[in-house]
Design a protein around this ligand. Sequence first.
Ligand SMILES: *[C@@H]1O[C@H](CO)[C@@H](O)[C@H](O)[C@H]1NC(C)=O
Length: 500
Amino acid sequence: MPLAVAPGLLLLLLASGARGALVVSVPTSPVRAQPGSDLLLGCHFSVGGTMDMELLVVQWKVGDRLVAEFDSTPSYPRAGASLSLEGLRVGNASLLLPRVGGADAGLYTCMVIHSPSRESRQVELRVEAPPRVSVSGTVVRAGKHSPVTCSVSGFYPGSVNVTWLRDKQVLGGSETPPAQLGPDGLYSTTSTLQLVPSISDDDANHSCHVQHVALGEPIQEPFRLSVLSARPSLTLQTVVTPAGLGALQVRVSRYYPPNITVEWLRDRAILHSMESLPTREPDGSFTLRSSYILDRPEPDTRVAFTCHVQHPALPTPLAQSVTWKETDVISQDRTPNKGPEPSPTRVWMWLWLAMVSPLVVVLLCIGYWSFRISMSSIRVWECWPEGSVTALLCEAEGRLRDTDSLTWRSLRPGKELGAGQPGELNTLMPKLEQHHVVTWRRNLGLGRRRLTSVLTIQTPREDDTFICTFQGARGMKQRHITIPGMPAGGPLLDGDMAIF
Ligand SMILES: *[C@@H]1O[C@H](CO)[C@@H](O)[C@H](O)[C@H]1NC(C)=O
């Protein structure tokens, strides 16, 4: 309070012992008060000698209007105003104004008469309260009409100037929205920015600027828009890969922001799916693909596979289901090196055969074939045209034992994948990079079995060699394949999904 200075000054003046000089002091202008507060407007005087209350008159005026007066008795035209009589005796003519309102603002004059001297000082009272500013409605939808509100409250007097800025550029003109007076004597108002946002607005620095007489500098309330995409869309399809696998694929298009959860479920069990890296659409939204490789025969043709998508733009998760149609591709035997089925035996034929030696040789070959373990070369399928998810299929067949296994290894230096659990159906490997191994076996008849293992990986950035090892009781076989790494800069934008 500027009042604090006044007593020191007063003491100094009293100590100076100046005679006959009436000195009046008031605080430095302007004095600011919040509406509704109690204010003590300081005024101190020294009569320069002995004070005689009979000779003393004190008048407080604002403009020409009398606020308080002491002339042998006090009177207060401004309701509630008061002077302290004890104070006056010691040169304290400070005016107490309870519950200051806008009408109290103005230029005050403290006049002291100690006959025959008179002296007055002026002090300006400003009744002001600076505004508080907050912005709401910043979560908006791309392409949808979205109002963003700047709330300005607790200010006095009731006039503010609001400007909206985007990256330091003024949006539209500034406005002086009409303000409402609250029960606390303070004003509040709002200004609304009408937007049809696009995803690029998400990166922009917005702010609401408020100018008010009680503020030295305008208030700048910065904010960022959280732009949600209109709504991601799902395109679901079932695919049969050239490697003979069934796959369920979904494309989740045009979502924003980039955080999204895509899950595949069979009944209620979560499946191990693979996601492509998201691609950026020209409008800034993202598109990603997720594949679940149906890497073993699905016995139940009625079972529904559901794709669940959770995203901030979706009030509830999106779910779409497909039923896997038995295409027979997985269950049918398609291996080219499959031998002929043996013909039914007839006694006469056995006799005939015993006599014909070339046919004995053929029989021996069949015998050899049924004991031989063959391993086909690794087949590759890139789940999506941009090739960000790749499935590798490795098979061995013959008279396999339960302990025979297929395992996978990767030959990128320093990043060797662990060996998969062999021989089990649906064995998941711990997530090491993003990959997934499933191995299963099928009976082919005549004691022959086929062991199949599918390794699904995120397509490597560098060339990667994958080795599939068959470990059997009677030996080991290996096949390997090198997958070319993706070009730098990630997957390319693709137009349409490839349907194999
Ligand atoms: C002057 O009087 C007021 C009461 O009217 C009091 O609150 C204030 O402290 C006094 N000032 C001094 C310096 O004594």
